[in-house]
Design a binder for this molecule. Structure first.
Ligand SMILES: Nc1ncnc2c1ncn2[C@@H]1O[C@H](COP(=O)(O)OP(=O)(O)OP(=O)(O)O)[C@@H](O)[C@H]1O
Length: 785
């Protein structure tokens, strides 16, 4: 005798029978199993491709399109054309997932059918002990078999992710070309050549424009194809100097600042700063945080310093205009500021930071002459007067205040010197001065006006009466359970009723066929159908097996098709709405949140909803089948189900509530991670220039930790529930075992075997059912948001 022990179950099998049985069953099971990983790999590839396409559409095309042009009018066409590729992939995906899911569910049934037929054909007699002991073994391998493709998928997933991450990890790192030396003789010493790695995208490329208008040259046309270079740079700027950089557009003024801070590849020479650096970029970078956090930038709060910076940067009026004052959320998470306001906030950040060298890339471009004069007077020549300031600007009226003027042309410094020298010297600077008229007249009045009008002179920061209230929308988080109306709306709205109906019918028939198969095995073992020979039993049993296979295929195919169709329709609708929604919506909804919704959350709906439904429904019916079979064997045992059922409901309710809420919060916090990441990528040059990498890395890891906290709590909730279900399952098995022993004389071994087999199965199914039920609700929840 050989003992096969699994948990509390010990099955005793006859040695000959066991070997024969193992031979036939293992070959069948292996035959069916080895094909599965390949199908799953195929499905995975298709999924990856769909997800990649979708991600690129959402992040690159749509969101950037929305942000840049708000082109609502052709939103429909765009959504349709953008989605045509994923939509065509969807049908193949439906079929592949349908087949894969069918295989997964079919294998235990088919393996059992083929095994018993093979066993019988090889001249062995099927009896109750062999049938139900082997059925039990099939049930036992069912769990690992289900896990196998999941594990394989996860492994492939990890492999794909690793490949992608590797390409980022092995990417060339930016060399530290910038040296900061407090004791250096000059505030900035830059000697050498610099080059961009690639050509600028057409919309950023000024070179054509500048040359076409002014000096079209052969050189200009040729340079178009090569990345822009700065050549023969030789700058030595003394501490505390105010330097202005002038030149026509696209001549390399901003590039010079980028070269200095190491954002261009240095092909020759060196850059040395005599103190720490502050930077204001041309497109001012604003964090999704409060106005105060944007200005403080991780520094200690100093109220009087903040007041003077706000006043110098002409921000007092702005602060007073908000009811939350300096604590108002700005950027994507709050109020969107105008270009001029953004650059003044960035300027205030640089001024508050207290860096020794401040690089200012055209902060005056988006402000009128009135505010410009205020900034020059109060900020550049005021609070920053002791710092080394390098200002790129087209405002030639600032030139007279400069200690040093640098003129750029075609990536070279063509002139440098004091204002009187350059103004009297023939050259580009003189031409620019002539083109812009005599600039010595205007600013005086402007300056006076600015001082009178500017609320900066009123030092109080209390909100004005007509202050704008906070516009920041906290990410909504639906509460409570998902109502049936949502599910019905989902079915109606997505026009998948036909698929769902066929799936339900197939499910019921498939379940009947499955239970029938088990019962029929009992009849076969007892030879209880009069006039039936072994061949008849075999034929009918095979018929049951094929019937089950067909119904399972129909179930999974139709549910997957419904899921895929629903997924694409929802995605199309979501994209359509995002494109058609008002400017206010986009002003107030962070793009990180939209990207999170349209990618991660949509992919959860795509990947899981269809298969979750099919698992949920089939397991629900399996449990009914199992209870019916147990009731058939031991009607009195059903009474014992009642207290266990009550306990199960209590545990399930507690679990469902916490698991659902934890996942909801995790989904909301995930948006912050996306937001944080997007924000830091946009502001990477500022972060590097200010040397704030550590501070931002810390913020990012805090955001990830915060999200993980809820994910781990959800996993703990899962284990809590699973352990309680294990306990209930063990009680159920104990009950059936005790009944089996007590009623051994009145109940046939076949009946006991059927009841025992299904009791063990029910335990596993109950656990799966509850967990998938909650996941299903989570999927439905995503539809609400
Ligand atoms: N990130 C980049 N990558 C590659 N090339 C770039 C990049 N940024 C700018 N360029 C190229 O460098 C040239 C100089 O651009 P830059 O921004 O320095 O001009 P600018 O003198 O500051 O013009 P403007 O006055 O309009 O700001 C551009 O014509 C463009 O082709």
């Amino acid at each position: 005798m050989q003992k096969v022990a699994q948990g509390s179950l010990v099955i005793e099998l006859d040695e000959n029978g066991t070997e024969q049985f193992y031979d036939s069953s293992l070959y069948m099971a292996m035959l069916l199993t080895v094909r599965r990983p390949f199908i799953f790999a195929l499905v995975l590839r298709v999924c990856e491709s769909v997800l990649d396409t979708t991600m690129s559409i959402v992040t690159k095309k749509l969101i950037s399109h929305i942000a840049s042009s708000y082109a609502w009018h052709n939103a429909n066409d765009m959504a349709r054309s953008s989605l045509s590729k994923p939509a065509s992939l969807g049908h193949g995906l439906g079929l592949a997932i349908g087949l894969a899911s069918m295989q997964q569910n079919l294998i235990p049934t088919l393996a059992a059918v083929l095994t018993f037929i093979t066993y019988s054909l090889s001249g062995h007699k099927l009896d109750t002990a062999t049938i139900f002991a082997s059925l039990q073994l099939f049930n036992l391998i069912q769990g690992p078999l289900r896990q196998l493709p999941v594990t394989f998928t996860k492994l492939t997933d990890a492999y794909v992710a690793l490949n992608r991450i590797t390409s980022i990890l092995v990417a060339e790192e930016q060399p530290e070309t910038v040296t900061i030396l407090e004791s250096a003789e000059f505030a900035i010493e830059a000697v050498g050549d610099f080059a961009f790695e690639t050509c600028a995208p057409p919309d950023q490329n000024h070179r054509g424009t500048a040359r076409d208008d002014d000096m079209p040259t052969e050189e200009g046309t040729q340079v178009e194809q090569d990345p822009f270079c700065l050549k023969d740079i030789d700058l030595r700027i003394r501490h505390g100097a105010f330097v202005c950089i002038f030149g026509r557009i696209g001549t390399g003024k901003s590039a010079l600042l980028q070269g200095l801070i190491g954002e261009m590849r240095q092909t020759r020479g060196h850059v040395r700063f005599g103190g720490n650096i502050g930077l204001v970029t041309q497109n001012a970078w604003i964090q999704n945080a409060s106005l105060k956090e944007n200005i403080l930038f991780g520094q200690e709060m100093d109220t009087s310093k903040l007041q003077s910076v706000l006043q110098a940067c002409a921000l007092v009026q702005l602060v007073k205009a908000f009811s939350d004052g300096i604590d108002t959320e700005i950027g994507e998470r709050g109020i969107n500021l105008s270009g001029g306001q953004r650059s003044r906030v960035a300027l205030a950040r640089a001024a508050y930071f207290g860096a020794d060298v401040i690089l200012l890339d055209d902060p005056l471009s988006a402000v009128d002459s009135h505010v410009s004069s205020h900034l020059v007077e109060q900020c550049f020549l005021g609070v920053l007067k002791d710092k080394t300031r390098v200002l790129v600007t087209h405002h030639l009226d600032v030139a007279k205040h400069a200690d040093l003027i640098i003129v750029m042309d075609n990536g070279r410094v063509v002139q440098q010197g004091s204002y009187p020298d350059l103004a009297s010297m023939p050259g580009i600077f003189q031409i620019l001065m002539q083109e812009h008229g005599n600039l010595n007249e205007a600013p005086e009045n402007d300056l006076q006006n600015s001082c009178q009008d500017d609320p900066g002179h009123n030092s109080t920061l209390a909100p004005a009466e007509n202050a704008v209230s906070k516009l920041h929308i906290d990410e909504e988080r639906a509460k409570g359970a998902v109502s049936w109306a949502v599910y019905i709306g989902y079915l109606k709205g997505l026009k998948i009723g036909g698929h769902v109906f066929i799936a339900l019918v197939s499910l019921i028939l498939g379940q009947c066929a499955q239970v029938g198969t088990t019962l029929f095995l009992g009849f076969w073992a007892g030879r209880s159908i009069p006039g039936y020979q072994d061949g008849d039993y075999m034929g009918l049993y095979a018929g049951f097996g094929v019937g089950t296979a067909i119904f399972i295929f129909l179930l999974h195919y139709h549910l997957t098709m419904a899921g895929v169709r629903a997924g694409f329709l929802m995605f199309q609708t979501a994209i359509h709405h995002v494109l058609r929604s008002s400017v206010t919506f986009h002003d107030r909804t962070p793009s990180g949140r939209i990207v999170s919704r349209l990618t991660k959350d949509m992919s959860t709906v795509d990947d899981n909803l269809g298969s979750l439904w099919s698992f949920f429904l089939s397991q629900f019916l399996s449990i009914f089948g199992a209870i019916a079979l147990i009731a058939y064997a031991y009607p009195y045992l059903v009474i014992g189900f009642i207290p266990l059922g009550i306990l199960y409901i209590i545990f399930a309710l507690i679990y469902r509530h916490s698991f659902r809420e934890l996942n909801r919060i995790a989904s909301v916090t995930r948006s912050f991670v996306f937001q944080n990441f997007g924000e830091q990528v946009t502001g990477v040059s500022s972060i590097r220039a200010f040397q704030q990498q550590k501070y931002f890395l810390k913020r990012m890891s805090e955001a990830i930790d915060y999200e993980s906290r809820f994910i781990y709590s959800a996993i703990v909730a899962n284990r809590w529930f699973a352990s309680r279900l294990d306990m209930l399952g063990s009680l159920l098995v104990l009950g059936v075992g005790v009944f089996g022993v007590c009623l051994r004389n009145s109940v046939s071994p076949t009946k006991f075997a059927v009841a025992f087999t299904y009791t063990l199965q029910t335990t596993y199914l109950l656990c799966e059912l509850s967990q998938r039920g909650v996941w299903l609700e989570m999927g439905a929840l995503l539809l609400l948001i």
